[in-house]
Design a protein around this ligand. Sequence first.
Ligand code: R5P
Length: 294
Amino acid sequence: MADKNGNVLAKSYGLDIPAKNYPFHVKGMENVDWGMKDRLSRIFRPDSGKTVMLAFDHGYIMGATAGLERLDLAIEPLAEHADAMMATRGAIRSCIQPNHNKPVILRASAGSTVLKEDLSDEVVGVDIDDAIRINASCLAIQVFVGAKGECSSLNNLVKTIDAGARYGIPTLGVTAVGKEMERTNRYFMLATRVLAELGAHIVKTYYCDDFEKVVAACPVPIVVAGGKKVPEFDALTMAYEAIQAGAAGVDMGRNVFQAQDPVAMIKAISGVVHDQLTPTQALDLYHTEIHLAQ
Ligand code: R5P
């Protein structure tokens, strides 16, 4: 209860201490609003500046995917080890417990499946009201630079950035690699820069040669996708090289949930991203975790 009289006298004004301005730990995000910084801080750990996003939105385009046949069984043991969860609203609502307190990166583009030749024909598939209702910390839009759907997917991106900005929700732009699209460093450098210039707060792309130049030319954080399942050491090496080249983290799916031991794998990936483990050290951690779990 506020009282007018009898209160302890306020006297600790720190008159000899100038007011502090703290630098923000997410690249290029110094000038966004407080709410957006709060959401970005849930995704990118303030201690390392990096993130391990667990991607399991594959079903929106591929249907039941190996390792994700039962989302409830697959994701439950992994959630606590991820910094953020990237998924569709259907998956989140039906299969993921709301008490993990992990930031949700909500897959917000939709409109094609692997049954079609051209995957680039998408729309914005989630209303901003529903994204707020699900407490999304970020919206994710796939962009098909250079494909038939280039213009419409860029339109999806900017409309989503505008909708999210009204409520302090950042947008992650995903550089899609459709069936017919190139995967050169020149392509990724162009695509990542285009997404950032249009206002994406985070850009997801694939690791490639000269990745440090792709990162340098992109004014916002880049997270790398894992891609198809490869041997664990190769996935850890890719993550390591991406982080060494300046990536702000990974947004990894199949190389985690299709690993022989997904929990050990996400712990090993986290070691690379947050604790500077080398691929060999991370593989040792992976095997140790498997051994301990037996
Ligand atoms: C692709 O459309 C999805 O955004 C996936 O989340 C993304 O490809 C990351 O998953 P993976 O590591 O399996 O490539």
